[in-house]
Structures are given as structure tokens and as C-alpha cells.
Write a protein that binds this ligand. Sequence first.
Ligand code: PMP
Length: 394
Amino acid sequence: MLNALRPQPQDKILQLIQMYKEDPRDAKIDLGVGVYKDANGLTPVMRAIKTAEKQLWESETTKSYTNLSGDPAYTAAMQDLILGDSVTSDRLSAIATPGGTGAIRQALELVKIANPDATIWLSNPTWPNHPSIIKFLGLPIAEYRYFDAESRGVDFDGMLADLARAKKGDMVLLHACCHNPTGANLTLPQWSVVADLLEKTGAIPFIDNAYQGFGDGLDEDAAGLRLLASRLPELLIAASCSKNFGIYRERTGILIAVAPNAEMHGVVQQNLAFLNRQNFSFPPDHGARLVSMILTDPALRADWQQELEAVRLNMLSLRESLASELQRLSGSDRFGFLAQHRGMFSRVGATPEQVEALRRDHGVYMVGDSRMNIAGLNAQSVPVLAKAIIDVGV
Ligand code: PMP
């Protein structure tokens, strides 16, 4: 049986990490992998997580199974963090999942049970795991225009024209904020136009919320999805705690289904729990428990929000200094988009040859589509990167 297996393509980002490790140059810059890094290049454990872990170690009396859907305190606290009061809680069903990826996978499996003919509409470009999982599950897939290569902003007219072709019951995958890989995001008025269009077509939003708090703030980053939740009968939300709580390896995520009415809650919740049962049974609890401890304890929550805000402002200031250094070197405003983009990533718009030259001649490592992880920079490397970008002719 095993000899029937064929090699799988190597993960491009993991390949890039390996090349970076093997590069002997001191001045190399890693803008590849999607984790937050501080000025020293470290991905720290957040203070509130450390405190909660200590408290948990002292207070936890059992490691017995929790609940198939996850700890209700976790799902309730996350529903509140994500949706605020945009929708009444009797319309919500939720499961804890292994990371945001687990939530995306479960959401797609739910679609497969309920409406296997639904086409899943993805932004072009999007996080490569989206199409990869959808294809693996055999669901129909379509793309909508999203990134304007010229302005490096959102091609909103193209997006609307393409999404106008979505059928009733199709799923439209939208990034809640901090679009990966481009960094270009919808404005709130644009979210409202998207809501109008979805109302008209009957297509259902499926929101990937992996970076809440990394863009404009915790509430600001959820404003678009809250607007959709307040206006549309149904939506799915897959959220990750990997980035905003810095607990990547704990695998902490949630899938929330918003139903048209409270009567549907029971059957939706049963189906979500059923999917957990089929795929891994009980979801991981450690990270989820830390998150619910932090969100429900005012002092821990305040500390977490303060540290998250510092992370956000650090990325924003790196964006601003990179944009202004590029303005100085190029004598033009054509890199102004870097300060407009939000989140960890920006697609700078380099050709594959320029990305290669950045690596070969300057020790700058970014993904082949020219996605840069802004958090990989610090005060010293910003001018080095700016010079390299100009040198290779971007
Ligand atoms: N969605 C997007 C857009 C992401 O960038 C990521 C993380 N790279 C995820 C979902 C999932 O993250 P995780 O499974 O690590 O929680």
C-alpha cells in the first residue's frame, strides 16, 4: 500500500526557512514565515499567557476530557471577542478547533455535508492553504479579483464584478482583516457594499479571522465581519488565536456558525460537534483554557490587550519607516501603500526574478509572490531592505 504513495510537493515557506538557516551571511533578513517577531527576532510568549499558565498549573485538578464542542467558557468568550453585540447569541453555534486551520477545515466539511454543490469563492490571491484544503475535499472552487497589482490596493470593482456571479448558497471566503498575503483590506463602506451584494445574490460569507488585533485594533479589525453578521441571515467564521495570543503551537481556534434564527441552533450545534467527533473527537484544551482565562479576568485581559496593542503599533511603525525610507530613496510616493496596508504581510509587487535577486544579492528572504512579513524587520534592517528593494529595481 505505502509504495503507491507519490512524493508531495515541498512547502515553499519551509523550503525558504531552510535556505535562510543555511545562509552564512550575518546581514540576512528573514521576511518569510508568518509568525510575529519582536525587534530581537524572537516570538515571545505573551505575559498574560505566562500568568494564566501559572494559575492553571496551580488550579487545574484534572486533565479528563472536556466537551466535544470545547469548553463552553472558551466558545462564549471568543464569540464575544469576535462578534461583540452584532448578533444575538441564540443564533450562534460554535466548536473549539485545532487552530484556525482546523476551523477552516471543519467549516468546509460542514458545507460539504449541507451543500456539496456550493462553490467556494476565494480572493486572488489568498492564503495557499485555502485552495489546498478545498481541493483536497473536492469542493468546487472559483476566484474573485482582489489585488490591484498597480496600486497594490484592493481591486474593488473587479471583486464586485466577479462576486456578482456567485450563486445562492455559494460560500464567499473573506479575510476579516490583515489580508494574507497582500496586506490590502476593505474599508468599512466597502464591507457594506459587499453585504448589499451578498444580500442580493444569496451567497454566504465565510470569514477567516486569523489576525484580529494586528491591523487597526481588536474592535476595528472585527468591524467588517460584525457588519455582515448584523445584516445577513447566515455566516461562518473561522478564527485563530495563534497570532493575537501568540500561542501558535497550542493549536487554538474556533468555528462559529451564525444561523438565521434561534430555532436552528440545536441542529447546527449537533452537526458541528459531530464533525469534531469524526475528525479528532475532543478538541485541544490547553490554549483554549488560557484564552478564556485571559478574556474573562479583567486584569489579565487588560495586560493582554496592552501587549497586543504594542505588537500592532510596532508593525505599524515598521511600515511607516519602511515607506518613508523608500520614498526618500526612490524620490516618489509609489511605496506609500506599505503604510496603508495592515497586518503582518505586504505584497511589495516584486517579480519572481527580483525576489530571487533580493535573496541572492542582498540576503533578503521573502515568499516568491513577494509577500513580506513586516514583523521580520527592525530599526536596523529597515534601511537595508529599502536599499535592496530599490537596487533590484522594484
Ligand atoms: N488563515 C490565515 C489567513 C492565516 O494566515 C493563518 C495562519 N498562517 C491561518 C488561517 C491559520 O492559523 P493557525 O492554524 O496556525 O491558527
